[in-house]
Design a protein around this ligand. Structure first.
Ligand code: ADP
Length: 166
């Protein structure tokens, strides 16, 4: 079985992430979307468990997609879950440099692991979770940016959190 992992912060999941999830799920037999808790980043807007819940909500119609959360290195998580492929999305040349470096580090840590890059759809090229949080803070319409099922959750969480997540 070809199993792949799509790791990221997903704080929160956006339409850009969801597009990569759908395309990767069509290529692999099973896709694990893994919320990776990165010690170098701030604690974020949503807790890792809430991010998992939001991704589950927007992928419930994709039977070969599983959602998980990990506090370990992605390479260790991949080894443990017997997967040899990581999926990453590329938006711009600026993503490329850091993603290639990360791919090489992961292959060094777990030589059987390879990273596959999917290019972003041009309509999502500007989209990131940071942009979503910024727009939500100003009360902008989020319907072009996050799946409609989670718009209200994002809105109310941003309103509750003030600027703590920045
Ligand atoms: P961000 O906070 O910048 O959205 P994440 O860590 O949540 O970043 O992203 C996880 C993965 O999804 C990364 O490989 C990232 O390049 C990719 N990704 C994020 N947004 C998009 C998008 N709009 N289109 C394609 N890939 C994306």
């Amino acid at each position: 079985m070809r199993r792949a992992i799509y790791p990221g912060s997903f704080d929160p999941v956006t339409l850009g992430h969801l597009d990569i999830i759908k395309r990767a799920a069509a290529i692999f037999d099973e896709l694990i979307v893994c919320v990776s808790v990165n010690s170098a980043k701030s604690s974020g807007l949503f807790s890792p468990e809430e991010r998992v819940e939001l991704i589950r909500q927007v992928t419930e119609d994709l039977p070969n997609v599983k959602v998980d959360c990990s506090r370990e290195l992605v390479a260790d998580y991949a080894r443990r879950s017997r997967s040899r492929v990581l999926v990453k999305g590329l938006r711009a040349v600026s993503d490329y440099e850091s993603e290639i470096q990360m791919a090489m580090i992961n292959a060094k840590l777990y030589p059987k692991l390879d990273t596959v890059f999917l290019y972003t759809r041009p309509k999502y090229a500007y989209l990131s979770s940071t942009v979503v949080k910024e727009l939500a803070r100003y009360g902008a319409d989020l319907s072009d940016f996050v799946p409609r099922q989670i718009i209200e959750r994002v809105r109310s969480k941003v309103a509750q959190s003030g600027q703590d997540y920045l």
